[in-house]
Design a protein around this ligand. Structure first.
Ligand code: 8X3
Length: 257
């Protein structure tokens, strides 16, 4: 789907993209890129002030939404209207890197709520609008769903569950005109992902990317989303695994220092 081609759907005369977790990182980068490519972008997240700033910058709209709260999701669905061309389920993330023996199950619940139930709730709510527009739903999962790693039990489990859900959804709606895509990023240097994972410890967060010369950044994943949703509508990118060249596998990262 080219954003300049096909039918225009909303009052702005543009195709509509809804992005969750748009207040930072991959979500914000994707919002900027899709806006550049002609979409009216509905930016959603919990932090309204940041969202509003982004929406003003890109000529989109800001809708506060907590993907874990059904009423909030219902409000989002009402706000976006009856046609949605692209939904990017990006809200989520990792909390903690403790081994299972020291697991904090509140953190696990948060990860399951945001990465799995959150993405499921938003998708369920917007599916009729996606179908009306013959749209595309993109799930931003993680290479944590490719292979388990030490300390990743809660996050690997949540992202694997999200992946399983994506697979079921694609099977369930094969007779409908909605593409179901998964983009599975590896190590992406964003301001917040590792900072949140390490409960605000900047030095631990920085260590994750230490010595990696050419880092993957949010804009790289945004480009993968843009490309996936811009292909002709019969082309479905089931899953795209994206890592920096220096990361040959979850555990295999080349560092220069
Ligand atoms: C981000 C990749 O390796 O931190 O989702 O799980 S990793």
């Amino acid at each position: 789907m080219d954003s300049d081609a096909g039918h225009d759907h909303n009052a702005t005369g543009k195709k509509v993209a809804v992005i969750t977790g748009a207040s930072s990182g991959i979500g914000a980068a994707t919002a900027r890129l899709l806006a550049e490519h002609g979409f009216h972008v509905v930016c959603t997240a919990r932090r309204l002030a940041r969202l509003q700033e982004l929406a003003d910058e890109i000529g989109g709209s800001a809708v506060r939404c907590d993907v874990t709260d059904p009423r909030s999701v219902a409000g989002l669905s009402e706000a976006v209207g009856s046609r949605v061309d692209v939904l990017v389920n990006n809200a989520g993330g990792a909390v903690g890197l403790e081994p299972l023996a020291e697991a904090d199950f509140d953190a696990w619940r948060t990860m399951y709520d945001t990465n799995v139930l959150g993405a499921a709730q938003v998708t369920k709510a917007l599916l009729p609008a996606l179908e009306a527009a013959a749209g595309t739903v993109v799930f931003i999962t993680s290479t944590a769903a490719e292979t388990s790693y030490e300390g990743g039990s809660g996050y690997c489990a949540a992202k694997s569950a999200e992946r399983a859900m994506v697979g079921s959804l694609r099977l369930e709606i094969v007779d409908r005109p909605v593409r179901v895509c998964e983009i599975s990023p590896g190590m992406v240097h964003t301001q917040e992902f590792s900072l949140v994972r390490f409960h605000g410890d900047q030095s631990k967060a920085d260590d994750v990317y230490e010595g990696v010369a050419e880092r993957l950044v949010a804009a790289d994943i945004a480009e993968c989303v843009r490309w996936s949703v811009s292909l002709p509508s019969h082309v479905n990118i089931d899953r795209m695994v994206v890592r920096p060249r220096a990361q040959a596998a979850n555990h295999k990262v080349h560092r220069s220092s």
